[in-house]
Design a protein around this ligand. Structure first.
Ligand code: GSH
Length: 216
């Protein structure tokens, strides 16, 4: 098996796990947790000196390729382990590739921090440790990028395409939805952006997403 994915599914490692599962790849899952010090061990730091999951290790005939940064991991898997045949998650045209790149970078830079704040302070943290005011401010800030993706989805619908890059689910959707899904507890935000809400729901209900989440 050439491909190993390090990181538990309940983390950003879900992104490469989801991509590999969408493509039906066989891969070795090393469910390294981020709690408990495993990512600070010398052998893990040799893979990713940042001490974060995920890491993808691809044992190729020409030598081992190591990828870290979750979006890079998902994009790498789609590009180098998928076929751009217009049916899979792999971009099939330069336009689709551009959409995958721009929505992945956009999600990390414009939405991820605030989406994580919403998730933590509206859902994940124990109620007594939540700070509702932080979630409120983050949700307000998220209205700006959500307006951008809502408009894009509107344009896509006009073209007869129901996803970010094409009329099929691609790695562009996977990367962006993996971030925006964290903002779903901000119900007011979702209600104000119905195309985005519906698109997130369609992405996360995919069997490959559910299967990747269940990997543990
Ligand atoms: N920008 C990085 C962030 C990676 C990251 O922060 N991963 C978390 C888990 S979701 C982690 O490993 N945290 C443990 C730590 O930083 O010690 C990426 O997208 O891969």
């Amino acid at each position: 098996m050439t491909l190993s994915i390090h990181g538990i599914a309940a983390s950003r490692a879900l992104r490469p796990l989801w991509a590999a599962t969408e493509l039906g790849l066989s891969f070795n899952h090393v469910p390294t947790p981020y709690q408990g010090g495993a990512t600070r061990m010398p052998e893990f730091l040799a893979l990713n000196p940042n001490g974060h999951i995920p890491v993808v290790v691809d044992a190729r005939p020409e030598g081992e390729v190591v990828v870290w940064e979750s979006m890079a991991c998902a994009l790498y898997i789609a590009r180098h382990h998928g076929v751009g045949d217009g049916a899979s998650i792999t971009p099939a045209t330069p336009r689709e590739d551009a959409e995958a790149l721009r929505w992945s970078f956009w999600a990390v830079n414009e939405a991820e921090a605030d989406a994580l704040t919403v998730l933590m302070h509206r859902m994940v943290m124990p109620a007594e440790r939540r700070k509702p005011e932080l979630a409120l401010v983050a949700a307000k800030r998220l209205a700006v990028p959500l307006r951008v993706i809502e408009q894009h989805l509107q344009q896509q619908h006009t073209r007869g395409e129901r996803h970010l890059a094409a009329d099929r689910f691609t790695v562009a959707d996977l990367c962006a939805a993996s971030v925006l899904n964290w903002a779903r507890p901000a119900r007011e935000l979702m209600a104000a952006h119905p195309l985005t809400h519906d698109w997130i729901r369609r992405c996360i209900e995919r069997p490959a997403h559910l299967a990747a989440k269940a990997l543990g």
